[in-house]
Design a protein around this ligand. Structure first.
Ligand SMILES: [Zn+2]
Ligand SMILES: [Zn+2]
Ligand SMILES: [Zn+2]
Length: 279
C-alpha cells in the first residue's frame, strides 16, 4: 500500500516568516517552526514522489523518512513551491534524471530561468507532462485551478491509491472562481465529483484581518472562515478536509484557540507535519 506523508503546512514564507516582528513569529521556539507546504508519497514498490520543492527539503526528507526522491511534481511557480529546486543539483543532492512533472506553462518557465535551465542541462531533471500519471499503485491526476498566474498556471493534484484518494489544493484565489471553472455550485459537489476521501485545502488566512492593511487582492485566497461558511458541518459521505498552507499570522497555529476549535467542532481538521494517509 502507498503512504502519503505531510511534509509542510506553512504558506510560502514559512514559520517564522522573515522580517516579521509580531508575536506570531517573535514568540516561537524551534519546535514551533513549520516548513512550506509539501507532500511525500511512497508507493507499494518503494518509489518516492515529492509534491513541491521547498527550501526546507533537508528537514522534510527526515520527516518523510526517505533520503532520495524518484519523482517530483510541482503545482505552480510561487516561491515556496519551487525555491528548493536547486537543492537537487550539484551543490547538494547531485540527483540525476528525476522526472519533473509540471504543466507546459511551468516547463516553459523552468527552461527560461537560467538557474533552472542549468539543472536540465546537467541532467538533474527530465521535464514530464502532468495529466494522468501512473507510478506503481498511485495515479496522479492534475486539475487546472485559477490562481494569480504571473509566472505559471496552477494545478491541484488528486493522488489516487487502491483505497483512498487525496486532493491537494494548497493555493487558489477564490471559491467563486474555482467552482465556476469546474462548473459546480458548491465545494461539497465539487469534492463529491472528484471521488476523493481526503482533501488538503488552502487555509492560508483565517480571515481578512490578518493582512493588517495590505490589500487582499494582492494575495487572494479564500479565508478559512469563507470555506467553513460554505461547508458547514461535516455530513455523512463527506471527505476528510484538512486545512493547510497557513500564513504566519494564522491563528489556527494555536491548537487551544477558538479558531482551531471551530474547525474541529464542525468536523474538519488542521493538517500537521508528519501526518500520514494510507492510500
Ligand atoms: Zn503557496
Ligand atoms: Zn509573523
Ligand atoms: Zn501561489
Amino acid at each position: 500500500m502507498a503512504t502519503l506523508t505531510v511534509l509542510g503546512i506553512a504558506q510560502d514564507g514559512g514559520r517564522p516568516q522573515p522580517g516579521c516582528q509580531r508575536p506570531c513569529c517573535q514568540d516561537l521556539s524551534p519546535a514551533d517552526y513549520r516548513s512550506p507546504v509539501s507532500l511525500g508519497v511512497k508507493t507499494e514498490n518503494g518509489t518516492t514522489i515529492l509534491i513541491e520543492a521547498t527550501r526546507d527539503l533537508g528537514r522534510q526528507l527526515i520527516t518523510f523518512g526517505e533520503p532520495n526522491i524518484d519523482h517530483l511534481f510541482l503545482t505552480h511557480a510561487h516561491l515556496g513551491h519551487v525555491d528548493g529546486l536547486g537543492l537537487f543539483g550539484r551543490e547538494t543532492m547531485s540527483a540525476r534524471g528525476i522526472p519533473l512533472h509540471s504543466s507546459s506553462s511551468m516547463q516553459n518557465l523552468i527552461k527560461s530561468t537560467p538557474a533552472w535551465a542549468l539543472l536540465l542541462e546537467q541532467g538533474v531533471f527530465e521535464l514530464t507532462e502532468i495529466g494522468h500519471v501512473e507510478i506503481d499503485d498511485v495515479v496522479i491526476e492534475s486539475i487546472p485551478i485559477p490562481h494569480r498566474a504571473e509566472l505559471s498556471d496552477m494545478h491541484a493534484f488528486v493522488l489516487r491509491g487502491k483505497k483512498h484518494s487525496v486532493l491537494f489544493l494548497p493555493d487558489h484565489d477564490s471559491w467563486e472562481q474555482t467552482l465556476a471553472a469546474h462548473n459546480v455550485p458548491s465545494i461539497r459537489e465539487w469534492l463529491k465529483g472528484l471521488e476523493i476521501t481526503h482533501a488538503f485545502l488552502d487555509g492560508t488566512f483565517w480571515s481578512g484581518d490578518e493582512l493588517q492593511g495590505r490589500d487582499m487582492s494582492v494575495v487572494p485566497h479564500p479565508t478559512i472562515q469563507d470555506s467553513l461558511s460554505r461547508l458547514g458541518e461535516r455530513q455523512s459521505g463527506d471527505p476528510e478536509i484538512h486545512f493547510t498552507h497557513f500564513n504566519h499570522t494564522n491563528p489556527v497555529y494555536q491548537e487551544g484557540g477558538s479558531e482551531y476549535q471551530k474547525i474541529i467542532q464542525l468536523g474538519w481538521s488542521v493538517s500537521t507535519e508528519g501526518q500520514r494517509v494510507n492510500l
